[in-house]
Design a protein around this ligand. Structure first.
Ligand code: 5GP
Length: 191
């Protein structure tokens, strides 16, 4: 079926399990294609340019902003820019697939405003801020300062949850994945 330029957006505060749910959806539905964002941060670990992100310089990023090449862009972390390229969405639509955007809360709201009819937004909610704190602590990647910064950002992002089409509380990853599959299955098949 022709996907009619649909868009799926998955957003959440950091540590909500968004990446795992996104991966599960990509494995479940052949019709979906991950939208590769442009970013100015450095590649981490096994990340590959053109696969995880288009890693570009800040100067290049700013030029693309000027040229109107982004659907949305945000400075997600201090000094680090992330954005969805129009060319990326067109590439995926041309392949007759539906782009899946894993982007932050503000970016999600901006894309939804531009494509109100053909776009679905899923917000993955952690069971509680306390639980989120525990998960981030057990990941062991945070300093006390960066943990505080992430918790503050998460609390702020949670205040936007009513803006999204569907809320999934991730208190059990398997259950959350199943819920996401039901929602996306319906979205793919609706006209
Ligand atoms: P990370 O640096 O850990 O890969 O990503 C940090 C955050 O940036 C994640 O919450 C991710 O969803 C968000 N992000 C990734 N790409 C984009 C994008 O193109 N636009 C926006 N607004 N956020 C993005």
């Amino acid at each position: 079926m022709f996907p009619q330029n649909k868009i799926i957006i998955i957003t959440a505060p950091s540590g909500s399990g968004k990446t795992s749910i996104t991966r599960h959806l990509m494995q479940t539905f052949a019709q979906l294609a991950f939208s590769i964002s442009a970013a100015t941060r450095k590649a981490r670990g096994m990340e590959k340019n053109g696969l995880d992100y288009y890693f570009i310089s800040e100067a290049d990023f700013k030029q693309k902003i000027q040229q109107g090449q982004f659907v949305e862009w945000e400075m997600v972390y201090e000094g680090k820019y992330y954005g969805t390229l129009k060319s990326e969405l067109h590439r995926i639509w041309q392949d007759q697939k539906i782009p899946v955007l894993d982007i932050d809360v503000k970016g999600a709201i901006h894309v939804k405003q531009q494509y109100p009819e053909s776009c679905i937004t899923l917000f993955i909610e952690p069971p509680s801020v306390d639980e989120l704190k525990k998960r981030l602590e057990s990941r062991g990647t945070e300093t006390p300062e960066s943990l505080d910064a992430r918790i503050n950002k998460a609390t702020y992002e949670l205040s936007f949850k009513e803006h999204f089409d569907k809320l999934i509380v991730n208190d059990d990853l398997q259950k959350a994945c199943n819920e996401a599959v039901v929602i996306i299955n319906q979205f793919i098949h609706c006209h």
